[in-house]
Design a protein. Structure first.
Length: 118
């Protein structure tokens, strides 16, 4: 089976377009995620690289790397107010992340994907 140069270029262009669309659809808006984290005082207890009262985001990313339920698990954690354990052993309800408009799952998912990308 032989293909013309035009056919090969058309196939390549279509494949490249699909890859670009997929990459853009999954792209994390790091600035928006950081703004949301700051607005919710997440950085009071967490840092990207250093443990504070809460684990560093890179440790969270390592913990969930390759786990199919990682995104859902972290969304549940930051939206439900479940208990969080602190280094001294006490537990408190994790602060629920607030968005504007309220309960904007796109913003929540972006934040979680940013954490998982650390």
């Amino acid at each position: 089976m032989t293909y013309s140069i035009r056919t090969i270029l058309a196939i390549a262009a279509t494949g490249a377009s699909l890859m670009l669309a997929t990459t853009n659809a999954q792209a994390v808006d790091a600035e928006a995620a950081l703004q949301l984290a700051r607005a919710n005082n997440c950085l009071k207890c967490h840092s990207v690289t250093k443990d504070k009262d809460g684990p560093a985001y890179h440790k969270v990313a390592e913990k969930y790397k390759g786990k199919p339920n990682a995104e859902a698990r972290l969304i549940e954690h930051i939206t439900s107010g479940e208990k969080a354990k602190f280094p001294d052993g006490h537990e408190e309800e994790h602060k629920i992340v607030k968005t504007s408009p309220p309960k904007d799952m796109a913003q929540i998912k972006n934040l979680v994907q940013w954490v998982l990308a650390q």
